[in-house]
Write a protein that binds this ligand. Structure first.
Ligand code: AMX
Length: 477
């Protein structure tokens, strides 16, 4: 309980200072371990130093090993969604099929332990994960405090976007509103302006950085306006408090004052931030950015991908499916009844949302840490009991069906139930929260794309005839 008596003013004098841990600090950018001192808080200056040494490291590596073969591609991979093809560089996070995500080498539990928190808080600040993703370094509390202030200062929304948001019909899905508003925010792009003014390509990353910072700062206000317009009769989101952290401001703009909800939001915004580069949203941001479309346009494109039910919309789908299950069973959720419902879903040609993954082959650690949050804060919540029951039942059924390569739950199987507990019952909105978080990883990566001078992305596609010819099948075979 001590946690929330002190949250109104963050980073108070009694808070514990976080310093980079010696056991982890050298994992990234090993040639630049002491590039900046812990007293430095200007992220752009710190990043500039890291980028210049990293550019040399990558260039040397490419000179020495540019011709090395790193994989083979099969016909099935070409038809099968390019699974497992190593064909792009994405620096901010890497996904291991067994272990799950590592952000710049740090697992979720390590991030929970090492990243700065509010005084008395237990969950890491998303400001810290952004710093880590961008620089490869664990920030200290002064650095994240500086970032919170900077984002608060950059949060203003231009009036044409406010007007647009206030005029969307309530029938337009929140993700469509979110993506459209982000596209319209591109009027503010410093990257697009610099490009049209003829900036040298060596400076692209600096403008991508400015846009990333501005966009991240503005997203909570955009997202909160969508929420209030759709579900709170268009009430005002209120003003950004420069002394509050990014998530604290977001929670209060959404209209939530339970400090445990805000802690959940901090955790949520950290763990959804990045999942290496091949997932639909991250890959889309990277792809569209490679055409030098500005970061707003690139990120909006990624959000359209996140809005798909096999990707980010799965967090909405899980809750819709849970509701259907409860309705169908009239609340009689015996294991046998629930198993029948799962089988009926599969037999009717639908997926069980929240289960399976294109890369993961174990329970998603993002699911696991949300489960731990639930066990700590809401162990008796009836819907959490159902989610736990599904964790017991679904994997065996998917294994028995024998199709899904991964029968275990992913991040989306758990997130909705936590939000419901704190009163956010509007499931159509959940993917917007995912989208706000995904900005941290995909935009940090976009800055690196420009810093490393990555070119227009243009893989080779093949027709079936072309593939047949390539593997030596003649038309008469
Ligand atoms: N329920 C039922 N069937 C499933 C399944 C599930 N949860 N997961 C996979 N399968 C099926 C596939 O549909 C596929 O069937 P098909 O042969 O008839 O086409 C077969 O099992 C093999 O698929 P796979 O190789 O294991 O998975 P994939 O890489 O093609 O797809 C994913 C991955 C996530 C799209 C899939 O597991 C799925 O649809 N899950 C449910 C939706 C979901 O939770 N999405 C969120 C993922 C995380 C995220 O991006 N936020």
């Amino acid at each position: 309980m001590a946690l929330f008596r002190v949250v109104a003013r963050r980073f108070g004098a009694h808070s514990k200072q976080f310093l980079p841990s010696s056991s982890f600090a050298s994992r990234q950018f090993h040639d630049s371990t002491t590039l900046y001192s812990n007293g430095q808080t200007n992220l752009k200056e710190i990043l500039a130093e890291i980028i210049s040494s990293e550019q040399v490291r990558v260039s040397d590596f490419r000179k020495a090993h540019g011709g090395s073969v790193i994989g083979q591609v099969t016909v099935d991979q070409a038809y099968g969604g390019m699974r497992g093809i190593k064909g792009m560089v994405y620096e901010t996070s890497v996904l291991d099929p067994e272990e799950g995500i590592r952000f710049r080498g740090y697992s979720i539990p390590e991030c929970q332990e090492l990243l700065p928190k509010i005084p008395g808080g237990e969950e890491p600040l998303p400001e810290g994960i952004f710093w880590l993703l961008l620089t490869g370094k664990i920030p200290n509390k002064h650095q994240v405090e500086h970032l919170s202030r900077e984002w608060a200062e950059r949060a203003d929304i231009p009036s044409h976007v406010v007007t647009m948001l206030n005029n969307f019909p309530s029938t337009l899905h929140p993700m469509a509103q979110f993506s459209a508003a982000i596209t319209a925010l591109s009027s503010e792009s410093k990257f697009a302006k610099a490009y049209s003014d003829g900036v040298h390509k060596a400076k692209y990353w600096e403008y991508a950085y400015e846009d990333a910072m501005d966009l991240i700062a503005k997203l909570p206000t955009v997202a909160a306006m969508i929420y209030r317009n759709l579900y709170r009769e268009g009430t005002n989101v209120g003003a950004i408090d420069p002394n509050n952290d990014w998530s604290g401001n977001f929670a209060s703009m959404l209209g939530y004052d339970d400090p445990y909800f805000t802690e959940l939001l901090r955790l949520y915004l950290c763990i959804h931030s990045d999942h290496e580069g091949g997932n639909v949203s991250a890959h889309t941001v990277h792809l569209v950015g490679s055409a030098l479309s500005d970061p707003y346009l690139s990120f909006a494109a990624g959000m359209n991908g996140l809005a798909g039910p096999l990707h980010g919309l799965a967090n909405q789908e899980v809750l819709v499916w849970l509701e259907r299950c409860q309705e169908a069973l009239g609340g009689d959720l015996t294991d046998d009844n629930v198993k029948n419902f799962i089988w009926n879903t599969l037999k009717s040609g639908q997926v069980v949302p929240g289960y399976g993954h294109a890369v993961l082959r174990k329970t998603d650690p993002r699911y696991q840490c949300q489960r731990e949050f639930a066990l700590k804060h809401l162990p008796d919540d009836p819907l959490f009991q159902v989610v736990s029951q599904l964790y017991k039942l679904v994997p065996d059924i998917l294994l028995e069906q024998g199709k899904a390569k991964n029968p275990w739950p992913n991040v989306d199987a758990h997130s909705g139930v936590l939000l419901q507990h704190y009163g956010m019952t509007e499931m159509n909105y959940y993917t917007v929260l995912f989208g706000v978080s995904r900005a941290l990883g995909t935009l940090a990566s976009l800055v690196w794309d420009r810093a490393l001078g990555l070119p227009l992305e243009r893989p080779k596609s093949m027709s079936t005839d072309g593939l047949m010819q390539l593997v030596g099948v003649s038309s008469s075979d």
